[in-house]
Design a protein around this ligand. Structure first.
Ligand code: GLP
Length: 260
């Protein structure tokens, strides 16, 4: 894992956007995996700016989102379809036919999940998967106890995750119990994982995921097995790390050719 600690979320988001932008410029047909939540909003804002001001072209990219709630219409304001439209897709020139978000409304969820895996495979696999982390260490909606080899499937949210999502729904009781999420095995098959975490609420989950043992109880810890996982943190999210001085030194003293 490469652990990069930045001064604040803005600097980390700019760095993340630079990595995504370089991939899109080098590979116009890149396949990008997107995440939702508060964390990547700054990154998406920066991608929109690069599109408007520096003509970053998204026309030929393919997008796969990590997850979606079961039972929400795409137009529901708390759906991840709405989130992606509002924060990114409506501001850039992505081809709507190349946008993939799990269909939480289908009557045949196992078929949706199989089809999602097939579509990722047919697209040639995901080049960069953007990730946030739950306060309980989840990735996508792979809650603690998720199989570390899991593929896209239905999951049941924990009480804590439903609480964390209550605001978007106007109350915990309105948060769906079920979701469709890429599995940890699906995420691990991506060529590069870019995990962002900001703020003190993420410090414990990050410390466990980065420096703790690999465990299904901390789903993000599986990234320790990923050949190319970049963990981008602000100072607050990095506060629980034992070896932060080492990570900072490594990053600051990398040879230019090795910098991401
Ligand atoms: C949800 C999403 C995750 C996201 C997490 C953290 O659970 N399914 O993909 O990483 O929220 O959200 P936030 O960035 O708002 O803390």
């Amino acid at each position: 894992m490469e652990i990069i600690i930045q001064r604040d979320a803005e600097a980390a988001s700019r760095l993340a956007a630079g990595i995504v932008a370089r991939t899109v410029r080098e590979k116009p047909h890149a396949v990008l995996g997107f995440a939702t939540g508060q964390t990547p909003i700054g990154l998406y804002g920066e991608l929109v700016r690069l599109h408007r001001e520096e003509r970053l072209d998204f026309e030929r990219i393919t997008a796969f989102n990590l997850d979606e709630f079961v039972g929400l219409k795409p137009a529901h304001p708390a759906s991840y379809h709405s989130y992606m439209r509002e924060h990114l897709f409506r501001h850039i020139n992505i081809d709507p036919a190349r946008i993939n978000i799990p269909d939480g409304l289908s009557a045949d969820i196992p078929a949706v999940c199989r089809d999602y895996e097939d579509r990722i495979h047919s697209a040639g696999g995901i080049d960069i998967q953007i990730l946030g982390i739950g306060t309980d260490g989840h990735l996508g909606f792979n809650e603690p106890s998720s199989s570390l080899a899991s593929r896209t499937r239905i999951k049941t949210l924990t009480a804590r995750t439903r609480r964390d999502n209550a605001e978007a729904f106007g109350g915990e009781d309105k948060v769906p119990h079920h979701v469709i999420t890429m599995g940890l095995g699906t995420i691990m098959a991506c060529r590069m994982c870019l995990l962002l975490a900001f703020g003190p609420a993420k410090a414990h989950a990050i410390a466990q995921a980065v420096e703790g043992p690999i465990a299904a109880m901390v789903p993000a810890s599986i990234l320790q097995m990923h050949p190319r996982a970049v963990i981008l943190l602000d100072e607050e999210a990095a506060a629980g790390l034992q070896r932060s001085a080492y990570y900072r030194w490594v990053y600051e003293n990398k040879p230019g050719w090795q910098k991401i």
